[in-house]
Design a binder for this molecule. Structure first.
Ligand SMILES: CSC[C@H]1O[C@H](OP(=O)(O)O)[C@H](O)[C@@H]1O
Ligand SMILES: Nc1ncnc2[nH]cnc12
Length: 292
């Protein structure tokens, strides 16, 4: 049996996950460098949970300096099959108000200085990424949100900017004009790397502000984001607890193909593969590399 293991990445304001039983902390080494923090591993009900705060305890790591590859690699090594990202986001729509949870299904990548693939020279791979969010995982999150009576909407496009500065007014209007729903600084390359690691991924975007386009909210600052986050964090923990309690014991196949994303993705002929890179890919791509 392929045990389902639920990973949770906590974003701004979510640096721990109270309520785990059999809790232990584990620092897993990664060939991709230092992850953001030790993993906190435990259970909610019968479901195994692995928690990682992406900015580290105390929020010492800015979005551009998060080692996204190491984070996804250690989550994979810990057995994570399904990964929920909790993320504070600005909104481009009046109806997506602070406090609302948005289960996004599309991403736009506007980041520019992050390592966004495990693959490269010596092992080239191209995974399908048309549907970056696992629909079945998202459906489970929606059920959990409904059961917890949380205000949420399903569907939306999240653009990821490099940051750390918030957007200018012109950028904000541009993204809004392009029809994007939300903005954040961390979903990319996290979602891309999860797909390469064959981990099913979903984002719960917790709206904290209207960025700076809104006539009545013309500036976003950390203080206002944090004020909303305090309420959101408690709701996010309830959501995760409910999701975990109702989670299947065995990994479900993902309709978007995340469970076998590498099946036909590696194009480099075996004789031309770089042994050093293959060694680093042992966790992420071990399933297909071992097979031949
Ligand atoms: C504290 S406001 C900006 C900060 O919040 C978001 O973080 P996360 O996605 O980890 O919740 C945003 O992406 C920025 O990193
Ligand atoms: N307006 C915003 N822009 C970018 N990232 C954010 N995270 C929370 N609010 C944000």
């Amino acid at each position: 049996m392929n045990e389902a293991v639920l990973g949770i990445i906590g974003g701004s304001g979510i640096y721990d996950l109270p309520g785990l039983t059999d809790l232990r902390e584990e620092r897993i080494e990664s060939p991709w460098g230092e992850p953001s923090d030790a993993l906190r591993i435990g259970r909610i009900g019968k479901t195994k949970i692995v928690f990682l705060p992406r900015h580290g305890r105390g929020h010492a790591i800015p979005p551009s300096e998060i080692n996204y590859r190491a984070n996804i690699d250690v989550l994979k090594r810990a057995g994570v099959t399904d990964l929920v990202s909790l993320s504070a986001c600005g909104s481009y729509k009046s109806e997506l108000y602070p406090g609302l949870f948005v289960l996004v299904d599309q991403f736009v990548d506007r980041t520019s200085r992050r390592d966004s693939s495990f693959f490269g020279k010596g092992c080239v791979a191209h995974v399908s990424f048309a549907h970056p969010v696992g629909p079945a995982l998202q459906a489970r999150i929606a059920e959990a949100a409904t059961a917890e009576d949380l205000a949420f909407v399903r569907g939306g496009t999240l653009v990821t900017m490099e940051g750390p500065q918030f957007s200018t007014y012109a950028e904000s209007l541009t993204y809004k004009g392009l029809g994007y729903d939300l903005i954040g600084m961390t979903a990319m390359p996290e979602a891309k790397l999860a797909r390469e690691a064959e981990i099913t991924y979903a984002t719960v975007a917790m709206v904290t502000d209207f960025d700076c386009w809104h006539p009545e909210h013309s500036i976003v600052d950390v203080a206002s984001v944090i004020a909303v986050l305090h309420g959101n964090a408690e709701k996010a923990r309830r959501l995760v607890a409910r999701l975990a309690l109702d989670f299947p014991a065995e990994r479900e196949p993902c309709p978007a193909g995340s469970h076998n994303a590498l099946e036909h993705a590696i194009i480099t002929a075996p004789d031309y593969r770089d042994p050093a890179l293959l060694a680093k890919l042992d966790a992420v791509a071990g399933r297909v590399l071992k097979a031949g």
